[in-house]
Design a protein around this ligand. Structure first.
Ligand code: GDP
Ligand code: MG
Length: 290
């Protein structure tokens, strides 16, 4: 009969050194190298220009990825974190620019990030909103260099009306979408992962096969994952990294791109965002249709 009592272990097993169990997350070294190279490349982002309408945008060549989402979803903060630059957000936060299409060059004019006007922006008259929506729609439909969208949604208010319209529309134009559930630091890990799964399932149900991740500009959660997606879609290659000028040191200063004063403290009620989510439900839906 097999006996499994501890005392019956032979001396060889008993004297064997205890195996150390570690729980560190395995990182794929190739992916990580690519993500870090992309992050280093993205640091050279420069504000290029703001356009109120499609005709006034920069030349429609090369590749660009647009950041879309409701106002206050965390677009500017994400771009700052991604490019490790505080100043970029300032560029698109200047009065008047919030509702413009803001372009950032990544070392050359043919690889760009775009900060789109936030939808649901509260402090403007309805008629103005309709004009902006029309311009946003024009850009999304006609812009040839647009590879796809990074769609940001506050993890506490995902998949609101306009988000769903953007997702369906992008699907019908065959653009990729990478979804960020932002401000993930506002939830504990369990509820954050639960929301991630739920949103993933809802996207599947809608027939939308888009990638999705948790993100926090505050603690840089998900930064490498986002960088890898961006690099791939913007056609960034490791060969390109040696050609960019602005790489003083390989190490990233983790806090450099973050305006800590501007970040909401985790746990604090996000009144503006809640207010907006409620007003979004009640205001007229935009005319963007797939
Ligand atoms: N706690 C927390 N707050 C954030 C985060 N990202 C943005 N915020 C805050 O959310 C608000 C809106 O952010 P912003 O980037 O301007 O959003 P935008 O309107 O989509 O460009 C600001 O008060 C930010 O400080 C985050 O990851 N965590
Ligand atoms: Mg912004």
């Amino acid at each position: 009969m097999h006996r499994s009592s501890g005392k019956s272990r032979n001396s060889k097993t008993a004297n064997a050194p205890k195996q150390k169990i570690t729980y560190t997350k395995k990182v794929d070294p190739v992916l990580s190298e690519y993500a870090n190279a992309t992050l280093s490349w993205l640091r050279q982002a420069e504000f290029s220009m703001s356009a109120p309408k499609l005709d006034l945008c920069v030349e429609d060549t090369g590749y660009e990825i647009a950041f879309a989402g409701r106002s206050n979803a965390g677009k500017s903060s994400a771009i700052n974190a991604l490019t490790n630059q505080k100043q970029l957000a300032r560029a698109s936060k200047r009065p008047g620019r919030t509702q413009m299409i803001n372009f950032f060059n990544l070392g050359n004019p043919d690889q760009r990030l775009v900060d789109l006007p936030g939808y649901g922006y509260a402090a403007v008259p309805e008629a103005m909103k309709l004009v902006w929506q029309k311009e946003l729609e024009n850009y999304l439909i006609h812009r040839q260099s647009l590879q796809g969208l990074v769609l940001l949604m506050d993890i506490r208010h995902p998949l609101q009306h306009f988000d769903i319209m953007m997702l369906q529309w992008a699907h019908s134009r065959k653009l990729f979408v990478h979804v960020l559930l932002t401000k993930a630091d506002k939830l504990n890990r369990g509820p954050a992962n639960k929301t991630l799964l739920e949103v993933q399932q809802q996207l599947k149900k809608m027939g939308l096969n888009f990638s999705i991740q948790l993100f926090s500009s505050l603690n840089k959660l998900g930064l490498e994952e986002l960088a890898s997606v961006m690099g791939g879609r913007l056609n960034f290659t490791l060969a390109q990294q040696n050609h960019h000028a602005n790489a003083p040191d390989a190490e990233l200063d983790l806090l450099a791109g973050i305006d800590l004063d501007a970040i909401e403290i985790a746990g604090e009620a996000d009144a503006e965002s809640l207010e907006q989510s409620e007003s979004d439900q009640s205001t007229n839906s935009p005319s963007l249709k797939p």
